[in-house]
Ligand binder design. Structure first.
Ligand code: NDP
Length: 317
């Protein structure tokens, strides 16, 4: 990247989920003049969630998009410069760190908080690509509306799968949950809700091997396994196939410069937001394979801003 006409930023925050905006609130109140680039999905994954019932301070719950709008406004109140745009290139080989925005604008930053989150995983079947946008989706709350009064399947047995199945059960005639184990990994309260919902049928010990349909999705072939020797093919008729099998952290820009764990999450010094590079901090799901909650992301955003403030003060930047 060339060194011409570059905007210099004191504290750059990449990502606009609860981690990014909490970092912005703290950095703004510390007079670090933070700039947030919102990325491809402004507001992050919470904008694809319906109700948030477990964020402290909202006894009646709140909506994902509403919470993100509140956090964005709170960050702006403390002079955060919130910008549309995506960081398309990063060079962390030496400070100040260099970035490209939307493939053209060049910026550099003294401190960087990486809060780029994670995205939905797919099974890796060729059929998923074939029916993408024609029945296959990684986001029930985004696309569920298109399957009103239809039959759909949700793959996965975690909290996300349960949440998606419950959401879809209110729109669809029937919801299958395709679960590869003989139990749900989700929290007890979610399990109970799923199992007591009449139009949700949980298919335990089932795995998806293919999808079918002319032009649009019409069915799925599953294998029911009770052990290596006992496998049985099962066909179900469905109009929608929703993936809820976990997430992949959005780290592609930074992998060259920062260490990741086996699943690709950015490594950091335990109990801090510090990475192996001075002035580069991590917050939220991009560095958290364990908890992945809005509240833990927000907490880590707070830590990252405090760490960034200390770093900038120590360096006199
Ligand atoms: P999880 O990792 O908890 O669950 C993933 C599910 O997908 C598991 O049932 C897993 O099966 C299954 N799975 C993974 N890969 C495959 C595959 N290739 N084929 C079939 N099934 C597969 O992910 P979640 O996204 O559900 O949750 C992540 C974290 O976020 C958790 O800590 C969860 O508690 C939290 N969360 C909390 C919410 C809330 O509190 N409201 C809402 C949503 C998420 P197996 O069990 O066999 O590994």
């Amino acid at each position: 990247m060339e060194q011409t006409n570059k905007e210099h930023i004191r504290c750059l925050i990449i990502g606009s989920g609860p981690a990014g905006f909490t970092a912005a609130i703290y950095a703004g109140r510390a007079n670090l003049s933070p700039v947030v680039y919102e990325g491809m999905e402004p507001g992050g994954q919470l904008t694809t969630t319906t109700d948030i019932e477990n964020f402290p301070g909202y006894p009646g719950g709140t909506g994902g998009s509403e919470m993100m709008e509140d956090l964005r406004n709170q960050a702006k109140r403390f002079n955060t410069d919130v910008r549309w745009g995506q960081i398309t290139k990063a060079d962390l080989s030496s400070a100040p760190y260099q970035f490209e925005v939307d493939g053209e604008k060049e910026i550099e930053a003294d401190a960087v908080i990486i809060a780029t989150g994670a995205k939905a995983k797919y099974l890796g079947l060729a059929d998923e690509a074939k029916y993408s946008g024609a029945g296959v989706s990684g986001c029930a709350t985004c696309d569920g509306f298109f399957y009103r009064k239809k039959t759909v399947a949700v793959v996965g047995g975690g909290d996300t799968a349960c949440e998606d199945a419950l959401y879809l059960s209110k729109l669809c005639t029937k919801v299958y949950m395709i679960v590869r184990k003989n139990y749900l990994r989700a929290s007890k309260i979610m399990q109970e809700r799923v199992l007591s919902t009449e139009n949700i049928e949980v298919l335990f010990e089932h795995e998806t091997v293919g999808l079918s349909g002319e032009n649009k999705l019409q069915g799925s072939r599953l294998i029911k396994r009770r052990g290596q020797a006992d496998a049985q093919e099962v066909d179900i008729a469905i109009d929608g196939f929703f993936l809820a099998i976990g997430h992949t952290p959005n780290t592609s820009l930074f992998k060259e410069f920062l260490e990741t764990d086996a699943e690709g999450y950015l490594k950091h010094i335990p109990d801090t937001s510090l990475t192996s590079l001075p002035g580069v901090f991590v917050a939220g799901d991009v560095a958290d394979p364990h908890y992945r909650q809005a509240i833990t992301a927000a907490g880590s955003g707070c830590k990252a801003a405090i760490d960034a403030e200390r770093y900038l003060n120590e360096k006199g930047l």
